[in-house]
Design a protein around this ligand. Structure first.
Ligand code: GLN
Length: 545
């Protein structure tokens, strides 16, 4: 039966609980255990799909089409275990399920309350389908002391009490700040945040203390004494240059050992961390560097493109290269061609990522044009592929009105809304004026790859691939023949041939656009073939300039 490790956070947000959970997952896996990771998010949105990436970072998408918190991306990248809809729960989704049940009459006669109805739903969610795993790691979003996360903490407290200590434990991530004026690391915030946890009935067994310098032994003992944990279970968690160093660093400080010790499992032997060591070695000692310009809208907040960022780094790992990202706000290109040349000249690759809405599209189209005409490796992802098709229609087919119906009705809808499509043998539908939440083409779909195409070669000859989608609009096949005559190739299509999945320019060093999000499936150990291919093309380009 699965053991449950609950991961909470205190003092401040942004302590890297997600990476901590993912790293612990990786360490347990490296010791031969089967792990599953889950995230509880305390906000009222039913899913993060409608939240601005500015506020909450990227929306991660799972194979089964859940729009999920970006931490699920870390879990997948660190453990290789694919997450599902059942691995991310928001307060909003749990409430809406409970309220729907209440309306159906499932609780007839009862007063429906946070305790027990919501907390029971939380406990059920966390425990569902866990028999096949040795460990279930549950990250509780938010910071201890927030009103929002209280029901989750209460539910996890109850669950831990039901399971008993042999099947449950709490790992609390805190901050030990250095105060320059005093010249000291301060333990008081950690003490207070553990008190806060004790106040809701939770005693953590391991403390993961984020700090920017070593915690002296006496301070470690002090934390242990005041927080009721063993000194060995006060684990310093230093800032790391790369997130991929974190599992090794936590192991060196004894995190996996302390967790196993709590569960009375053997602490002898070493986890198999050679793959992690190889990756860290490659990241820290690259042979060279290439520069990729990422031309998008949310360039101010890196979290908005988390998986993309990582996938590009993985592409670099494949070639032992460091990938330097040059984030460019596409709006600057609307000032004219000179600005495009000034900003993009000398980069080794240009990537136009996913995006929504019209603002900045003129600049994205200019970036595509620059890459196409100057023969610079180009990668268009989702919105980026749509922009590439609009660019080709405008500049190669001479259709100035070519656009997307996402920006309003237009005479030449090169990109438009498709209201019906098939998924396996099911027909899925959406309406032009329908709800925004959860009405996109979401999750894994098949793309059939054309023989002799660039992408087919990039995917090592595969005849078809499964990739994750998140978009409402599609490239309109009514323009396919004309675009192909102008030099584009529709080299990947949905199995029924109705939805363009991939376009490429055969007569170009590397020009590929994909309607899906390949970055979501890239792993450090298994860089996505398209990112490896794109960075490879950028390396060649770097040798030319
Ligand atoms: N806005 C576009 C669509 O909905 C692209 C979405 C995306 O890039 N993820 O189709």
């Amino acid at each position: 039966m699965a053991r449950f490790v609950f991961i909470t956070g205190g003092v401040v947000s942004s302590l890297g609980k997600g990476i901590a959970a993912a790293s612990l997952g990786a360490l347990l896996q490296a010791r031969g255990y089967r792990v599953r990771l889950r995230k509880l998010d305390p906000y009222l949105n039913v899913d993060p799909g409608t939240m601005s990436p500015y506020q909450h970072g990227e929306v991660f998408v799972t194979d089964d089409g859940a729009e999920a918190d970006l931490d699920l991306g870390h879990y997948e990248r660190f453990t290789g275990v694919h997450a599902t809809q059942a691995d991310n729960w928001t307060t909003g989704r749990l409430y809406s399920d409970v309220i729907a049940k209440e309306r159906r009459g499932d609780y007839l006669g009862a007063t429906v309350q946070v305790i027990p109805h919501i907390t029971d739903a939380m406990k059920d969610a966390v425990q569902a389908d866990t028999d096949a795993y040795d460990f279930v790691l549950v990250e509780v979003g938010g910071t201890v002391g927030d009103i929002e996360s209280l029901p989750f903490l209460e539910a996890m407290r109850q669950l831990a009490n039901e399971l008993g200590p042999t099947r449950s434990m709490f790992v609390h991530v805190t901050l030990v700040p250095y105060i320059p004026a005093a010249g000291e690391l301060k333990t008081k915030p950690t003490q207070h945040s553990v008190k806060e946890l004790l106040g809701v009935g939770i005693q953590p067994q391991v403390l993961l203390c984020r700090c920017d310098r070593p915690i002296p032994e006496n301070e470690r003992r002090k934390i242990a004494l005041f927080c009721n944990v063993r000194p060995e279970s006060v684990i310093p968690a230093y800032d790391a240059k790369s997130i991929y160093q974190v599992p090794l660093a936590y192991h060196a400080e004894g995190l996996d050992r302390e967790v196993l010790r709590h569960f009375n499992l053997s602490i002898y032997g070493e986890p198999r961390l050679d793959a992690w060591e190889r990756i860290v070695e490659r990241i820290t000692n690259p042979e060279g560097e290439v520069t990729i310009a990422v031309v998008g809208k949310y360039t101010g907040l890196l979290d908005a493109y988390k998986s993309l960022n990582e996938a590009l780094a993985h592409g670099g790992i494949a070639h032992n290269m460091r990938v330097k990202l040059d984030w460019v706000d596409s709006e600057i290109f609307e000032r004219g061609e000179d600005e495009v040349v000034r900003r993009l000249q000398g980069v080794h690759g240009i990537l136009v990522p996913g995006g929504f809405g019209e603002r900045g599209t003129g600049g994205k189209i200019e970036a595509v044009r620059f890459a196409r005409e100057r023969r610079i490796p180009f990668f268009g992802i989702c919105f980026g592929m749509q922009m590439a098709c609009i660019e080709a229609a405008r500049n190669l087919l001479n259709i100035p009105g070519a656009s997307s119906t996402e920006f309003g009705p237009c005479a030449e809808p090169v990109v438009g809304l498709l209201e019906e499509w098939t998924r396996g043998n099911r027909v899925e539908k959406r309406e032009a004026g329908g709800d925004l939440g959860g009405t996109m083409r979401l999750g894994q779909y098949q793309a059939v790859l054309a023989e002799g195409s660039l992408v087919r070669a990039a995917y090592a000859g595969a005849a078809s691939v499964m990739e994750r989608h998140r978009h409402r609009f599609e490239v309109n096949i009514a323009y396919k023949d004309r675009l192909e005559a102008a030099g584009l190739r529709f080299s990947g299509m949905s199995p029924d041939g109705s939805l363009p999945e991939i376009i490429e320019i055969p007569d170009h060093p590397w020009f590929i656009g994909v309607q899906y999000h390949p970055e979501l499936k890239s792993k450090p150990f298994e860089p996505h073939p398209l990112f490896a291919g794109f960075v490879g093309a950028a390396v060649k380009q770097a040798r030319l300039v």
